[in-house]
Design a protein around this ligand. Structure first.
Ligand code: AP5
Length: 204
């Protein structure tokens, strides 16, 4: 399976991808997580990337595309979450065979409600204080590492991320729609309900 997950910030791409990875063993590549890992390393590249992420802006196309293509090398099954995010990135993916493109459909208001409770561990496993709580308070179920809030989940930055989404990422959905490759999934409901809907679409 070679799958692309599209959708606005907070629509649940990471949550669905984690579940698919756990059940089917497909490689989950979150563009945001890979970029945040580079930031954590405090390399000069990481410092450059941080400037974009902290403001809610997109990291330059060429840089992200190179990183993603490198990470995908030799992978037969993958879930791409958060890439492509611009039409230029989608064009750069043309040589890569993709089976399905799912778009998680959620209103901006519903997505914003999810940000306040989001917590992440340093390795990228995601939780929500109400909808997807960890078993032990403040600790990741998978690796026991402490959970924290993302800098770009601050309301001001979230607003900017949505602006960018409408301007630069929504056209990617249109791009795939014109190619008749896009499958819409209603992303309202509990994480499990959305996951079951995704699996149904994939079975079809
Ligand atoms: P990235 O990390 O990709 O952020 P995003 O796309 O804005 O997506 P999110 O991670 O915020 O949301 P999600 O859809 O994965 O939802 P989640 O499952 O976490 O990118 C961050 C930054 O990196 C970008 O702003 C940019 O700077 C840079 N970047 C990344 N990719 C790039 C690219 N291709 N080009 C250039 N720059 C790039 O869910 C959200 C919360 O809701 C969680 O707490 C979750 O537990 C909860 N939740 C999930 N599903 C449900 C549900 N059904 N009901 C209730 N709660 C739910």
């Amino acid at each position: 399976m070679k799958l692309i997950l599209l959708g606005p910030p907070g629509s649940g791409k990471g949550t669905v991808a984690e579940k698919l990875e756990k059940e089917f063993g497909w490689f989950h590549l979150s563009a945001g997580a890979v970029l945040r890992e580079e930031v954590e390393k405090k390399t000069s590249l990481g410092k450059e990337i941080k400037k974009y992420i902290d403001k809610g802006n997109l990291v330059p196309d060429q840089l992200v595309t190179e990183i993603v293509k490198m990470e995908l090398q030799g992978k037969n099954d993958f879930i791409l979450d958060g890439f492509p995010r611009t039409v230029q990135q989608a064009e750069a993916m043309r040589g890569v065979k993709v089976d399905t493109i799912l778009h998680l459909d959620l209103s901006e208001n519903a997505a914003i409600k999810r940000f306040a409770g989001r917590r992440k561990c340093p390795k990228g496993h995601g939780y929500h204080l109400i909808y997807l709580p960890p078993k032990k308070k403040g600790k990741c179920d998978v690796d026991g590492l402490p959970l924290s809030r993302r800098v770009d989940d601050e309301p001001k930055v979230v607003k900017e991320r949505f602006k960018i989404y409408h301007r630069q990422t929504a056209p990617v959905a249109e791009y795939y729609k014109k190619k008749k490759k896009l499958i819409m999934v209603d992303a309202n409901g509990t994480p499990e309900e959305v996951y079951q809907r995704v699996k149904k679409k994939l079975k079809k």
